[in-house]
Design a binder for this molecule. Structure first.
Ligand SMILES: C[S@@+](CC[C@H](N)C(=O)[O-])C[C@H]1O[C@@H](n2cnc3c(N)ncnc32)[C@H](O)[C@@H]1O
Length: 338
């Protein structure tokens, strides 16, 4: 049981599998272009299709050649920009746009793709290198509005988890991200997942059973409550400020087939009513735990258990402390009321 549950959770938490997207071989075969160019245009079209490009979109192709912007305008009705060309490339790309009848809808911008402004983009395409994608990541997070789609050919963007990966017509991998709303406020502590073996240790320490309701405060990618539901049959509630992590949690819960036993609240853990929790799990910090102490004592029922990974509760002594597999401590408290 333990092995299959863990394997299932691992599968659910891993990136989505690569699919192959359809190729329409009719595109541009009749206009006498060279094979390399035809192949490049097919991949460009795959990228724009994956982004769901449509009329009204504003496409920025970073580190551009001419094919993505020209196709975006010609085949998808978008307004398009190619950014980061050298002067001679930009001139050739403009000539090509004129020849293809889309000079009005396409702009080629010479210069540094790291310092250009992309804030009006609704679609961004990248065919760069792992290093450049990594340098671009904070720029993209800062510049792009929620709902903007990013497609990268061949490479991911640092540790940013792609929503989808597909195989392009030339066999290369295409990655898709949709920019999420930022958290309503700065989280008290940033996302670092608890290792799955330690998640299980925490749930064991709390003695989780099928009639428990497990709340994970600051639930990250949802693993704590998903494993509580999968392995122990418990119900679970995750509370998380970051909408992107809430979305991941819902995706993982659905893939792990526990969507009916867990739910994720996008919100501040200090604002959520804990009165139906029988177990609360924490991986926050000592200062956040201390700020939580009064709320836990006030809202939790007698017999509810609180387990914290790594951080104790200051003046509230734990009833048990055990060593976790990663060398940190796990702390257990049980709520007792007079
Ligand atoms: C260290 S991670 C732990 C994630 C998860 N509980 C685990 O053990 O894998 C802390 C999480 O708390 C979230 N967080 C921080 N402050 C929060 C707050 N006030 N309300 C809700 N979530 C918060 C962060 O976004 C982050 O995902």
């Amino acid at each position: 049981m333990a092995t299959s549950v863990l394997a299932c959770a691992l599968i659910a938490l891993s990136p989505p599998r690569t699919q192959t997207i359809g190729v329409d071989d009719r595109v541009h075969q009749d206009d006498g272009q060279q094979p390399a160019r035809v192949a490049r245009e097919r991949v460009s079209r795959d990228m724009l299709e994956l982004a769901g490009t449509r009329a009204g979109d504003i496409v920025y192709d970073l580190g551009s050649l001419d094919s993505v912007p020209i196709l975006a305008a010609r085949n998808f009705g978008a307004r398009a920009y190619g950014v980061g060309l050298e002067a001679a490339q930009a001139e050739a790309a403009r000539r090509s746009a004129r020849e293809r009848g889309v000079a009005q809808q396409v702009t080629f911008i010479e210069g540094n793709l790291l310092t250009a402004s992309y804030s009006e983009a609704t679609v961004v395409t990248l065919d760069l290198s792992p290093g450049l994608n990594l340098i671009l990541e904070p720029v993209l997070h800062r510049e792009l509005r929620p709902g903007t789609r990013i497609v990268s050919r061949r490479f991911g963007i640092g540790a940013w988890r792609a929503d989808r990966t597909v195989q392009a017509s030339d066999g290369t991998t295409l990655y898709l991200w949709t920019v999420q709303r930022p958290p309503a406020r700065e989280p008290d502590i940033f996302f670092v997942p608890t290792e799955q073996a330690i998640v299980e240790q925490m749930l064991e320490l709390a003695g989780v059973k099928s009639d428990d309701v497990v709340y994970d405060l600051g639930s990250g990618d949802g693993r704590m409550v998903i494993i509580a539901a999968q392995k122990y049959g418990a119900r679970g509630v995750g509370v998380e400020l970051d909408p992107a992590l809430v979305r991941t949690s819902n995706d993982v819960a659905a893939a792990a087939q526990v969507g009916d036993r867990v739910r994720f609240i996008e919100g501040d853990l200090f604002d959520v009513d804990l009165s139906d929790a029988t177990v609360v799990t924490l991986f926050l910090s000592q200062s956040v735990n201390r700020r939580l102490e009064a709320k836990l004592k006030r809202e939790l029922r007698t017999g509810a258990r609180v387990v914290s990974h790594q951080f104790d509760m200051g003046d509230w002594p734990p009833e048990r402390t055990v060593r976790a597999g990663d060398g940190t401590s796990l702390f257990l408290w049980t709520i007792r009321k007079p």
